[in-house]
Design a protein around this ligand. Structure first.
Ligand code: HEC
Length: 110
């Protein structure tokens, strides 16, 4: 049981790590990006964004704003609002307890 849990956690860390790594890949000429199918790349990015929203935003929204709980399916539709709240008006994440790291901001902005 304990072993399964830690395997799951490691898998999660590796997935996020790989996603961030490919998001920040700066191979000269963008050679790698051109070989990647955009749809697969978007899928990964969406997953990474969702993981951030779930960890840093849903924890509070579930209690305080249940109409704005983020799911993988609704984040595209809500992207504009998310962008406005987090980047334009900087009202979210609300309060001082939850902070996004630089990488999380970068992933979310994309
Ligand atoms: C500590 C609690 C808390 C956290 C953390 C939090 N929110 Fe919120 N959020 C709220 C509350 C409460 C509201 C509704 C009232 C308001 O707008 O202040 C809200 C509203 C929103 C809205 C709706 C605004 C609108 O115009 O309808 C969006 C979008 C949003 N949050 C995005 C986010 C994102 C993205 C994050 C994470 C990066 C986040 N929030 C983190 C509490 C939180």
């Amino acid at each position: 049981m304990e072993k399964r849990l830690s395997t799951t956690i490691w898998f999660g860390i590796i997935t996020v790590g790989l996603t961030l790594f490919s998001a920040f890949d700066t191979t000269p000429g963008g050679a790698r990006k051109n070989h990647q199918k955009p749809s697969i790349f978007d899928d990964k990015l969406q997953k990474a964004a969702f993981e951030i929203l779930d960890a840093k935003c849903n924890v509070c929204h579930r209690k305080q704003n249940p109409f704005m709980v983020f799911k993988e399916k609704n984040i595209s539709k809500r992207a504009k609002k998310i962008y406005r709240m987090v980047f334009a008006e900087r009202r979210m994440p609300k309060g001082n307890e939850i902070r996004l790291t630089y990488e999380e901001y970068a992933t979310l902005e994309k």
